[in-house]
Design a protein around this ligand. Structure first.
Ligand code: C2E
Ligand code: MG
Ligand code: MG
Ligand code: MG
Length: 291
């Protein structure tokens, strides 16, 4: 698949080339078929509340179960889907599936907040807000159980349109989260104007924070900034418990990463939630948290 991917990358940057153009069209066709033939899957990665030491929510991460190539990661088709605009179709499918799953967990007395990733193009989709509202009703899911993750780059193209979409989603009662914080170029002014409740520190700062003073300073300052703005802060890409301890000391609210669990299919996640010390150990009633 690596060779194929190289061709696709080439196609995207030089669509005038005939061979590249063929590759481009064929991947787009394959992706369309993937949605129609239900080859997309959603895996879920736990988000751990560090004060309580247990899972309060999960992030929905899309995978493509390709008949020949096996489980294809999002890095191999999400950027392509974003460039072609097909991401809107992918997002609509992921939203519907993840909200359906959220409703199932909710009614099974293990209400988990489910976070779903949105791309810039999704925020320019005039049908998005109505669609999300319909899905919540159809799957009988309270809006605060769903969080949408956006990145700073969502505000490069048409910031006013993106803001309007986010305000409408917020008005529905959904949680909003800024993903990969620190890697984009948007001004801090947006943080103030955005109706978000959560900020996720990018894993590039978190993974090295115990070996690199600059990373540690960035993580610590981001936690303080988030708290001063009234936001919950989540560290991404936490791989070991030494980092968990450091994050706790700093006062970071939540962590996500392989120290607890990678993203898993819903059945496997269900077993993990019941067994892992980071899972859901006691029944709680305060788990409905909105970002
Ligand atoms: P993201 O939203 O920042 O998701 C976090 C990524 O970090 C996931 O990769 C996750 O599997 C990975 N990760 C989690 N814990 C660790 C860890 O401890 N160490 C390391 N090294 N990595 C960890 P994944 O699933 O491959 O997704 C990559 C990106 O693809 C996501 O980054 C997101 O930007 C995008 N993506 C995934 N699903 C969707 C989707 O449904 N829609 C859209 N628009 N984008 C998606
Ligand atoms: Mg994310
Ligand atoms: Mg992220
Ligand atoms: Mg990231």
């Amino acid at each position: 698949f690596a060779a194929k991917r190289t061709h696709v990358g080439y196609a995207v940057f030089d669509p005038s080339h005939d061979v590249a153009r063929q590759e481009h069209l064929s991947l787009l066709g394959e992706l369309r078929r993937a949605v129609e033939e239900r080859q997309l899957r959603v895996h879920y990665q736990p988000k751990i509340d560090l004060a309580q030491g247990r899972t309060y929510g999960v992030e929905a991460l899309v995978r493509w179960e390709h008949p020949d190539r096996g489980l294809v990661p999002p890095s191999a088709f999400v950027p392509f889907a974003e460039q072609t605009g097909f991401i809107r179709t992918v997002t609509r499918w992921v939203l519907d599936e993840a909200i359906r799953q959220c409703g199932e967990w909710h009614r099974n007395a293990s209400p988990l907040n489910v976070a779903i990733n949105l791309s810039t193009r999704d925020l320019h989709d005039p049908g998005l807000v109505g669609l999300v509202s319909d899905m919540l009703a159809r799957h009988r899911v309270p809006a605060p159980l769903v969080t949408l993750e956006i990145t700073e780059s969502s505000f490069i193209d048409d910031p006013e349109l993106a803001l309007r979409t986010l305000r409408s989603l917020r008005a529905l009662g959904l949680g909003l989260s800024i993903d990969d914080f620190g890697t984009g170029f948007s001004s801090l002014g947006y943080l103030k104007r955005l109706p978000v409740g959560e900020l996720k520190i990018d894993r590039t700062f978190v993974s090295g924070m115990l070996g690199d003073r600059d990373d540690l300073v960035i993580v610590r300052s981001t936690v303080e900034l988030a708290h001063n703005l009234g936001l919950r802060v989540v560290a991404e890409g936490v791989e070991d418990e030494a980092v968990v301890e450091a994050l706790r000391r700093i006062g970071c609210d939540a962590a996500q990463g392989w120290f607890a669990s990678p993203a898993q299919a819903p059945d496997a996640l269900g077993a993990w939630l019941a067994e892992s010390p980071w899972g859901i150990r006691q029944p709680r009633d305060e788990v409905v948290r909105s970002a």
